[in-house]
Write a protein that binds this ligand. Structure first.
Ligand code: SF4
Length: 279
């Protein structure tokens, strides 16, 4: 499947502009290199994409976007173009000051929460190199700051072998996210082999979703994820994960977005299914 027939609705584009991260999640597939492209390159990429398709929102991801070298410059540049901007972060480097200073610039902050408590976070590897995890008290403080700044709060949870039996209801109810998305831990060949034993069965994933159905989570299973994101990797290349294996195009620093985008697999229907209900 190719995306030659992509429609002209504005799209959410995920810029994984850095592979850097301060965490050690066992299922992570990032390589933790230095951010390979400079800010001038990313300006070219953002301009290139925005001239190729209508962009509703750029979502800054990683790695950990707040561990990247120029997160604020990225946000400011996107805001200056009049395009919505969001970030998806592990939360550990997020501060109430950062949130307040980006009021009106960031429309949404997504926080990934995979462990229910300190012990689970350590088992999953959601821990920095100094042994620190993110406490639920700190998460609640950050959520309050996000709500006070008028930003949307999204929570992503990767259902895995450590958390699949747990009840996240009290924590999620306390955070009051606008959207809670459940994803399944995926194994990518030669990318996150260390986390293979964190995978869950179909039944475990569905049971977790059912346990929390009163919170109306958005459930995104494996089939929903394949070919349905527009992802640019830290080298500035469009990624496709059609075979549960990553493939990348030429760099968008010097190749027109449209020329590269038609090379990757993209499922417009799966994309629309995800974003039609998302604000
Ligand atoms: S927080 Fe994200 S980028 Fe960092 S190690 Fe965990 S999964 Fe990887």
């Amino acid at each position: 499947m190719t995306n030659a027939n992509i429609n002209t609705d504005s799209k959410v584009v995920n810029l994984h502009y850095t592979d850097r991260c301060n965490y050690l999640c066992r299922f992570c597939h990032c390589r933790f290199q230095k951010t390979p492209l400079g800010m001038d390159d990313w300006k070219k990429i953002i301009d290139n994409i925005a001239s190729g398709i209508p962009v509703r929102r750029f979502n800054l991801a990683g790695g950990e976007p707040l561990a990247g070298e120029y997160i604020q410059k990225m946000i400011d540049y996107i805001e200056g173009k009049g395009i919505e901007c969001s970030i998806i972060t592990n939360g550990s480097l997020l501060t109430p000051d950062f949130i307040r200073s980006n009021q009106g610039k960031l429309q949404m902050i997504g926080i990934s929460i995979d462990g229910l408590d300190d012990e689970d976070n350590r088992r999953i590897g959601r821990i920095d190199r100094h042994g620190n995890t993110l406490s639920n008290e700190r998460l609640l403080e950050l959520a309050r700051a996000i709500h006070a700044a008028g930003m949307r709060l999204k929570i992503n949870t990767v259902v895995n072998a450590v958390n699949c039996q747990k009840d996240f209801s009290p924590l999620i109810q306390g955070l009051m996210p606008d959207r809670w998305k459940l994803l399944r831990m995926l194994h990518y060949e030669n990318a996150n082999d260390n986390g293979r034993n964190l995978m869950v069965t179909d039944e475990e994933f569905q049971t977790f979703a059912k346990r929390h159905q009163h919170l109306h989570p958005v459930v995104e299973d494996t089939a929903d994820m394949v070919n349905s994101y527009i992802v640019v990797n830290p080298q500035g290349r469009i990624l496709t994960n059609s075979a549960v294996r990553f493939q990348a195009t030429e760099s968008l620093v010097n190749h027109p977005f449209r020329d590269e985008f038609i090379k990757v697999s993209f499922d417009e229907n799966a994309y629309q299914k995800r974003y039609k209900s998302a604000s």
